[in-house]
Write a protein that binds this ligand. Structure first.
Ligand code: XMP
Length: 311
């Protein structure tokens, strides 16, 4: 339990400072509250010895690079953007099995990250691992790509020493730290978004075209549910097709699921009862703005037995 946020920040900044000295620290930022908080905390400790990088893997929400750059600029942190989307799509080609997709993502992530680390010549790696990531990986529920030691990847092989300042905190505690550090409300209230990004929300093969469909759907759902209090609310693209009618033509189109859950720590979750009128509005917008979408479903399952994401 995090009792005193100011004390926590003070302690972590000192710990990082003592550990790192004047060496370089690399931190991959995704835009999520965990990695953004880690970057700002580390920057407080080591200043411009921090190299914040954003890996464009082609699986993020739209304009995420701009969002991250703008937010961290306020703290004097310059973000380097690395474009590697092609590598990820190539690695994901033809894969449909959820765990194989996660593994392909992770391996590509580490391959490109290795290149970046070599280029940047950093000695330390700051990671936004939090308590839930460790618990779920240990329980073998799924492999989280950001818990290196838990998935058999030896950080030493990168010649990197790991800093994980948030690893004893639960999500609500990370949010308190982020707020105190001065990150914007948009960041500290941001809903969790999985490391492998929109890949977790596309069943079946992950292609550029299918990611673009879910990216568009995500924009729509996030815009229409901006004021909804939930742990996460997002769309998912199913692998099946359904018959529908669009522009007076019978087509075999896409099926999009809306998932909205309430949870404290992501370890368990309850399906949220979104107002029916809102669901109708989401349905109409998805159908009209996504040409291939012919069916919209609403997921009412809790975790367990479901997980929050679909992969
Ligand atoms: P599940 O789907 O396992 O998700 O119930 C629990 C929480 O974790 C997020 N999630 C991930 N976060 N890397 C992450 O950083 C991952 O590989 C990953 N998979 C799931 C999910 O969005 C939810 O908040």
């Amino acid at each position: 339990m995090l009792k005193n946020v100011v004390k926590f920040i003070y302690q972590k900044v000192n710990e990082i400072k003592n550990l790192v000295g004047d060496k370089k620290v690399i931190c991959a930022v995704s835009g999520g509250v965990d990695s953004m908080t880690t970057a700002v905390l580390t920057h407080k400790a080591v200043g411009d010895k921090l190299v914040a990088v954003f890996i464009d893997d082609g699986l993020m929400r739209r304009d995420e690079d701009k969002f991250v750059t703008k937010e961290l600029e306020k703290f004097g942190i310059k973000v380097k953007i690395y474009h590697y989307a092609e590598n990820f799509f190539e690695a994901l080609k033809g894969l449909t099995d959820p765990e194989e997709k996660r593994i392909a993502f992770r391996e590509t992530f580490y391959k490109v990250f290795q290149k970046i680390v070599e280029e940047e010549k950093a000695e330390f790696l700051a990671q936004g691992t939090i308590k839930a990531d460790i618990i779920e990986t240990e329980a073998k529920i799924k492999t989280q790509h950001n818990v290196l030691s838990q998935i058999g990847i030896n950080p030493q092989k990168y010649g990197l020493k790991i800093i994980e300042p948030l690893k004893d905190l639960l999500k609500p505690e990370v949010r308190r730290v982020a707020k105190r550090l001065g990150l914007s409300k948009e960041v500290y209230q941001r809903k969790p978004f999985p490391g492998p990004g929109l890949l977790c929300r596309v069943l079946g093969e992950v292609t550029k075209e299918r990611i673009e469909i879910i990216r568009k759907a995500t924009e729509i759902v996030e815009r229409l549910t901006e004021k909804v209090r939930s742990f996460q609310t997002f769309p998912v693209l199913l692998n099946d097709k359904a018959t529908g009618i669009k522009d007076y033509q019978r087509i075999l189109g896409d099926i999009i699921v809306i998932r909205s859950v309430e949870s404290k720590d992501a370890l368990s979750a309850k399906a949220k009862r979104l107002p029916y009128q809102l669901l109708i509005k989401i349905r109409d917008t998805l159908i009209s703005e996504i040409p291939s979408c012919v069916k919209v479903l609403y997921d009412i399952t809790d975790k367990p037995p479901s997980t929050i994401e679909y992969i």
